[in-house]
Design a protein around this ligand. Sequence first.
Ligand code: ASP
Length: 358
Amino acid sequence: MKKIFLLLSLSLFFACNSSEEKEIPEEVSKEELSSDINDNFGIVIHGGAGTIVKENMTDSLEKAYKDKLEEAIRVGHEILANGGTAMEAVQRTINVMEDSPLFNAGKGAVFTNAETNELDASLMDGKTLNAGAVAGVTTVKNPINLAWEVMENSEHVMMAGKGAELFAEERGMEIVDPEYFYTENRFRSLQRLKEMDTEETELDHDQSAAFVDPFIKDSKYGTVGCVALDKDGNLAAGTSTGGMTNKKWGRIGDAPIIGAGTYANNKTCAVSATGWGEFFIRGVVAHDISALMEYKRLSLEDAAEEVIQNKIPDLGGNGGIIAIDFQGNIAMEFNTAGMYRAHMNKNGDLDIGIYGAE
Ligand code: ASP
């Protein structure tokens, strides 16, 4: 009797297991998807999350942001529509935002405590799991392009500071005088923070509180990012940033950390993050979303919600992500008041948002 019971339980166990496995989004099962799904493509971008509320925004500034988001996403969408790769779409879309003073990346990068601009970027190919990243560069006009160079033309994944700049020169990349990154607005933001910093330091001698406080209460994490799915079913993700205003000691955030600020894997999704980098590094946010899909079979939407609405706030951090999965489903999840964001699907339907609950 016992033996029969054991046999029955075992066969039930294997039956359940094999039916579950059919749902796993593995490469094999993906190939079997209908050609309709294989032809799908889409692109999502962000221009940073933070305390972005309508009351603090003028109509003209709101229009400027929306126009630039649209300009950027159309560049990537056209590449995808013409059969280009997700990697190319991500890079070229990010270039548009890097060249705009509106975002905290490239031209509009924020200032460090030493009144310099130190830029970080990373890029990942979901097909090969190749990746490239740069941190703390001061002379490279488009850091996302340098991340690509690191991935394509070096044996490494990440380069930092002077060495990365030397590599950029050797690769014939566009080098600019650090003055190129000066913008009045960003410089004023630094001065404001420094004033607050001084007061706080005088009050309680707590450097870290002074450093952290402005980040939480009135911060706009203006990092830019892009994720894309191309017609061949390949995913890519990229992120570019100036980091956080008033950063010191060569501080580096999540944006150039593969798995934290950027991650792409054809089996699951492509993710780019923006927010309080220290928490996104500790939460390994971008990879965690992918892992929840791969190991726990969560949908992209549920995985993104779990990480951004539960895990990161539980750690004490804030911010958001954009993501697209291997079927073209998307997520634009944030726990801040707003996040500059846009999505365009295969049909060219455009969805642009700035504030929460739009
Ligand atoms: N995540 C970036 C950092 O911590 C900041 C941002 O998203 O704007 O460097």
